[in-house]
Structure formats: structure tokens, C-alpha cells
Write a protein that binds this ligand. Structure first.
Ligand code: NAD
Length: 308
């Protein structure tokens, strides 16, 4: 019997359909009972006798894949493939799938939520009130703000669509030529950063590239602007962001993703930042769709594998 290891921690918790699909296909299913993201060493151990992997964001490096002698298919629950060494997977004949559309709405909605929270200081006042302080902090409207979207793919465009009803001005920067029904002005990154009141990041991290938002880019942003990253850690230089927030150049920031996760760094000391533990796609409906999509991708891959 072929064996599939599921490394994502919330798999089939809210809807058993994906688990039933795997079992219905005659697979032995092993779940990640550690209930957290696995380290390189841990995932290597689990993959030593596994044929298929339903993957989360654990590091699937060259070393991990080299020792996964039986592994034929990696099916990611999610869009990002930056945790998978795709070159090695190709060399070893391991098929790799992802679920590109599953998280779009969930990440876009979280982004808008963080924007509103930043502008109206909701989390700050919630903390104050719980500690006994009844203090009103003046907020800002989203209406009329210039929103700069960096990376105008599925999520970036969905953010733009949702923002339409708020009366914001929207412009974007993307490294590739976008085919979109949304007609917003494209600006070079430096111009976008100077123009935007709110900058939101929706692009991947390119391998070995420096952060897209470093010290110079932060300086280039408008004084009093807000920065949001629900995309990938590594897009922002976290030390430079700390300085910018501490010195008050930026009014605030919201991060869902970090260079190292779980995040334990000094940004937690600041009041003008909202930090969430990589929950972009953690909406029940999106998770269920992504898990079912990932299982269906795996089953399609198994069919291809049998035919090769
Ligand atoms: P997508 O591929 O549809 O869009 C990404 C866009 O970014 C593309 O248009 C691409 O051309 C552009 N791009 C790539 N590199 C760029 C760069 N250096 N500068 C500017 N633009 C660049 O992807 P998507 O589905 O919209 O997802 C966007 C990001 O969101 C991904 O990086 C993904 O990892 C992340 N994500 C995060 C979560 C979360 O839990 N927080 C969940 C899902 C996706």
C-alpha cells in the first residue's frame, strides 16, 4: 500500500472530505501529530519511507529530498513554492503541485482587515481597554488614500477589487507584464513608494534576492505611510523596518510573515505594528478548498505517475 504523509497541521480538522479522498484512493495516511511546522531534520525522518507528501511550508531542501528515496509527488496546500527546492525535485523526478487559487480571497481579506486595523488602531485600543485604559486614539479613513500594491497577481488584484468600494486611489508595481481586467496605473517601485499612503506586498521572494523593502526603500516611502506584508517574510528588512517605525518615519506596519517563523524578534516591542502568525490562508472555507485541491492534485499526479 502506498503511503502519504500530511505535514500540514490543520488537515481535515474542519471537513473530513480531503482525508476521505486519500483513504478512498487506497492510501495509508500518516498525519503530522507534532501539530507544528516541521524542521528540516523532522521532515527528513517522516519522508524516509513515504511515497507522497501533502506539504505545508516546511523546508523541502536538497538534503531533505535526496534522502526521500521513495517520494514521487509533493502536493502543497497553498500557493508558495519557495520552500521547495524545485531544481532538485525536477532532477529526482518528483512531481510538484500547488493550489494557486485557494488562499486568494483569504489573504486579500486579511490584508484589508490589517489596513483597517492599522488606520483605526483597533488592536491598540483593544489592548488598552483590557488593561484598564479607556482612551480614544484618533484614526484615519481608508477612503481617499493612495494604495500601492507591489505584486499584481491573484491576491494583489483581489485586494484592488475589494478596495474599489472604499474610494481609494490604486496603483501597482509588478516585474512582469500583467494581463488584467483591472486598469490601474503601473508605476516603477521607487515612484510607487513615494506616492503611496499604504504599501501592501503581494509578490514572492526571489531566491538569493535582497529584501524588496530595505533601508533605502523605507526612507523613500512617504512620512507617515503604512506598510503591510501578508506575502512572504524576507521581502522586508526587519531591522530597517524596526528603525523606521521607532523613529516614526512610518506610521505603522502589519506583518503576517517573517524572515524566521515563529517570530521572536524586536518588532514585538513596538506599539505601531500589528503582528499575526502567518494566518493569511487560515480561513476555514479557504483551508477546506485548498486541502481538497491539494488532494485532487495528488490523485491526478498519481495517475500521471502510473502512466509514465
Ligand atoms: P501570483 O503569482 O498570482 O502573483 C504574484 C505577482 O508578483 C506576479 O504578478 C509576479 O509577476 C509578481 N512579482 C514577482 N516578483 C516580483 C517582484 N520582485 N516585484 C514585483 N512583483 C513581483 O501570486 P499570489 O497568489 O497573488 O500570491 C502572492 C504572494 O502571497 C505569494 O508570494 C504567496 O507566497 C503569498 N501568500 C501568502 C499567504 C499567507 O499565508 N500569508 C498565503 C498565500 C499566499
Amino acid at each position: 500500500m502506498k503511503k502519504v504523509f500530511v505535514s500540514t497541521t490543520s488537515f481535515a480538522k474542519d471537513d473530513e472530505t480531503p482525508l476521505k479522498l486519500l483513504k478512498g484512493a487506497g492510501l495509508t495516511v500518516c498525519l503530522n501529530l507534532l501539530a507544528r511546522k516541521l524542521s528540516e531534520k523532522e521532515i527528513s525522518g517522516f519522508l524516509s519511507d513515504t511515497d507522497y507528501l501533502i506539504a505545508g511550508t516546511e523546508p523541502l531542501t536538497r538534503d531533505v529530498l535526496k534522502y526521500a528515496k521513495k517520494l514521487k509527488i509533493i502536493s502543497r496546500v497553498g500557493v508558495g513554492l519557495d520552500t521547495v527546492d524545485l531544481g532538485t525535485a525536477k532532477d529526482l523526478g518528483i512531481m510538484v503541485y500547488n493550489t494557486p487559487f485557494g488562499p486568494t480571497q483569504a489573504v486579500a481579506e486579511l490584508t484589508i482587515g490589517l489596513m483597517l486595523d492599522l488606520l483605526r488602531k483597533i488592536s491598540n485600543m483593544d489592548k488598552d481597554l483590557r488593561s484598564g485604559a479607556w482612551e480614544k486614539h484618533m484614526g484615519n479613513l481608508l477612503q481617499g488614500k493612495n494604495v500601492g500594491i507591489v505584486g499584481f497577481g491573484r491576491i494583489g488584484q483581489r485586494v484592488a477589487e475589494i478596495l474599489m468600494s472604499f474610494g481609494t486611489e490604486i496603483s501597482y508595481y509588478d516585474i512582469s507584464t500583467i494581463k488584467s481586467s483591472l486598469h490601474y496605473p503601473l508605476k516603477p517601485l521607487n515612484k510607487l513608494l513615494q506616492w503611496a499612503d499604504i504599501v501592501t506586498l503581494h509578490c514572492p521572494v526571489l531566491e538569493d534576492s535582497k529584501p524588496i523593502i530595505g533601508k533605502e526603500e523605507l526612507k523613500n516611502m512617504k512620512k507617515g505611510a503604512w506598510l503591510i506584508n501578508t506575502s512572504r517574510g524576507g521581502l522586508i528588512d526587519e531591522d530597517a523596518l524596526y528603525t523606521s517605525l521607532k523613529e516614526g518615519h512610518l506610521s505603522g506596519a502589519a506583518l503576517d510573515v517573517f524572515e524566521r517563523e515563529p517570530y521572536k524578534g524586536s518588532l514585538s516591542e513596538l506599539d505601531n505594528i500589528i503582528l499575526t502568525p502567518h494566518i493569511g490562508s487560515y480561513a476555514k472555507e479557504s483551508r477546506i478548498k485548498m486541502e481538497i485541491d491539494a488532494v485532487n492534485n495528488l490523485l491526478a499526479g498519481m495517475k500521471c505517475d502510473r502512466e509514465r
